[in-house]
Structure formats: C-alpha cells, structure tokens
Design a protein around this ligand. Structure first.
Ligand code: SF4
Length: 392
C-alpha cells in the first residue's frame, strides 16, 4: 500500500493558461519581491522565476501606482500573474482591466458589499479565479462564542487555531458563493506546522471541492524555512491535499521554486530537471567530495530533463547506494569510476571527474532524446559488476 494518499478531488480552475486542481500537476508558485511600481524590475524578476520553472507568479498591488504599472507588466509576462490585493477594491478592478490572470483577495476585507459585487462580477466576466488566503497572523480575533464552542469540545490550542482559520476561510467563501462565484482557490496558512496540518485536514474533510494552495507563512531563512516548508507542505501533499504550492523564504524567490520542486520530486509527485544523490561522506572518503558535489549541483542547475545523478565518496558503498541513478561517480584515492545504472562506463582521475561526469550526463540525455536503448535501464535486476579503481 502506498503511503502517498490519492489526491483529494478538486475542481479545475485556470489561472491564464495554467490549469490547477483536477488532474493538473501540482503547480509551483512564487511571489515577486521587486517593487511592482517598477515594471522593468518586476518583469525581469518574473522572467527569472519563469526560467527556473515557476508556473504562476504573485505580485503585490499595494497602491494605485502599483496597479497603474500592471499594464506594463501583465501582457509581457511569460507566466500567469496573480495580483495580491487587500481592502481596496479599485485596485482589483484596475488589475482585472490590465488583464491579470488571478486575484488573491479576501472579499470579507472589502468594506462595502457593492464593491465586492463589482469585483466579483468583473472577475467572473473575465474568467479570473480568486484565491482566498487566510493567515493565522492576520485573521480577525476569535469571538467569545467560538472560543466557548471549542472549549465544550475540549479542543486543544492547535485545534482551536486551525478551526478558526477554516471558519475564516468559509466566511469569505460564502460571500463569493452568495454572488454565484465558485472559481475559488483557498489557502489556510500558519507558521506553526501542527496548526497548518490541522487546518488543511479539517478543510479537506468538508463537502466542497475547492483547490487548495499550500504554504507555510513566513517560513524564514533558506535553511530553516526550507525544512519547515518541506515538513508542512510535504506532509499535506503526502495526505493527498494540495493543488498549488509556494515555499516562502526570506531570500531570492528563485530559491523558493527550487525548494518547491525538490518537495514534489521527493514525493515523486512531479519530475523536473535533475535529482542528485550525494553521500554525506565519512571516514572512508578520499577526495574533496563536498566540492565535487557542489560543482555537480551547479552543472545540474542547467539540466531541465529528469535524470538521477549520484555523487558518492567511495567504491565500498557508493555504487550500491547509487544503483538507481542514471549516471553516477564513485570517487576514491584520487580517482573516480563513472557508472551508468550501476555499470562501469569510464575511469578517470580526480582532476577530470567533474568534466567526465558532465560529459556522461549529457551523453545520457542525448541518447534518450535519440531513443537509444539503454539495456540496463530496461533490466532493473541486471547483474551489476563490482567496481575497481585499479584500472585508472
Ligand atoms: S559512499 Fe562511501 S564515503 Fe560516502 S558515506 Fe558511504 S561509505 Fe562513506
């Protein structure tokens, strides 16, 4: 039995030409950090994000100048854009007029009912979906009635917070449903992973099929934030919950895209570019494996085809640990053996390892493109010869 649960059934929405929910792949999103009032800088960053695989980019629209810049951004963007808008409905109308592909807006935060109606009518007319996004840090304070209700259920603090997030989202959803609007995506973000997991699970049990956007809010700097996001987003994805993801990191947003895809690749939910397997090294290692692994990582950043590459520090465990790799190197004593699916194809000296491994990676990609039969690829139980470094 697979530990990865079947994906929750959700309705299909379209953000521009990118399908989300339904049978579409789980999409990787990010958010531009450039000032939207500077269209050139914003467009440059959106293009950079698209080049590393970001499929949808959110841009902040905090004021009229930002909204006024959208006509210089939206038509030239290589990927669909979502305008992030709070409180001010005229900004949403301007974004829609500029051809924005999605809105991130909580209708309950717009004061006048007729203003909400105007935005929703225009979004519907243009086929633009709306993401309702509730964050525990910014939801309205809990009402005493709600706290009492949860106390009667002996709810824990985590359950209390999670349920409040869900109720807040449902309040915004109801406003849209009352206006006959259902092209809605929902996020229920929190920094605390237990609250996040509880909230999304509670929402997923409800009787609706709105796609869910996952993210750990303000996850932090790259190291801590990547781990926190991987645990939060990864756990939910493994439960079959989630249609789009964004890893929020306090760094260049391109990193968010790399981490997002690593989470999806780890769960085998998507394939994109290379996957590197590298040993952590131990007392057996006899070459500078950290440098080699980092150099290979840089080479693989340019590879867009799915390929597994192993960089191992010795011939004792290296070949066995990297057996499933398409291409691997087992290094030791100033030398390296390059193998393909466990079969030796080349020996090399330490100074040539990167160059030789890179050549083999591109040779495999080229062979695949040309449909060249890889006999070991087709025979997973084929005999793997012992590796020897003596031939170098
Ligand atoms: S592959 Fe070799 S060097 Fe790397 S951790 Fe395993 S035993 Fe140690």
């Amino acid at each position: 039995m697979s530990l990865i649960a079947p994906r929750r059934k959700t309705r299909e929405l379209h953000v521009g030409d990118v399908g989300i929910g339904g049978h579409n792949p789980i999409r990787v999103q990010s958010m531009a950090t450039a000032d939207t009032r500077d269209p050139k800088a914003t467009l440059a960053q959106i293009t950079d994000l698209a080049n590393v695989g970001c499929e949808i980019v959110r841009v902040a629209v905090p004021d009229r100048r930002a909204a006024a810049a959208l006509p210089e951004i939206v038509p030239y963007s290589p990927v669909p854009l979502i305008a992030d808008i709070h409180f001010e409905h005229t900004l949403a109308l301007k974004a829609l007029d500029a051809g924005i592909h999605g809105l991130r807006l909580n209708p309950g935060n717009i004061r006048k009912e007729e203003d909400v109606r105007e935005v929703v009518a225009k979004a519907k007319e243009r086929g633009v979906p709306i993401r309702i996004g509730v964050n525990f840090g910014s939801v309205a304070p809990m009402t005493p009635e709600f706290v009492d209700e949860m106390a009667q259920q002996n709810a824990t603090q985590v359950q209390l917070r999670a349920e409040w997030l869900v109720r807040s989202a449902l309040g915004h959803i109801k406003i849209l449903e009352d206006l006959d609007f259902y092209d809605t995506k929902v996020s229920l973000k929190a920094f605390e992973v237990p609250v996040l997991l509880e909230a999304y699970q509670r929402f997923a049990r409800l009787d609706n099929d709105y796609p869910l956007h996952l993210g750990v809010t303000e996850a932090g700097t790259p190291r801590a934030g990547s781990v926190r996001s991987a645990v939060g987003i990864g756990t939910l994805l493994a439960m079959g919950i989630g249609d789009t993801i964004r890893v929020s990191l306090t760094t260049d947003p391109k990193e968010e895209v790399f981490v997002g895809y690593e989470i999806l690749k780890s769960l085998e939910l998507r394939q994109k570019g290379a996957t590197m397997i590298a040993c952590p090294t131990c007392g057996r290692v006899e070459v500078d494996l950290f440098k080699l692994a980092n150099d290979v990582d840089k080479v693989l950043e340019e590879v867009t085809e799915p390929i597994r590459v192993a960089v191992m520090g010795c011939v004792v465990n290296g070949p066995g640990e990297a057996r499933d790799a398409d291409v691997g190197i087992a290094a030791g004593n100033g030398k390296g053996v390059i193998f393909r699916k466990g079969k030796i194809v080349k020996n090399c000296l330490e100074e040539n390892m990167l160059e030789e491994l890179t050549a083999e990676i591109y040779a495999v990609i080229e062979d695949r493109k040309n449909g060249i039969y890889d006999e070991l690829e087709e025979q997973p139980n084929a005999y793997r010869p012992m590796i020897s470094l003596t031939a170098v």
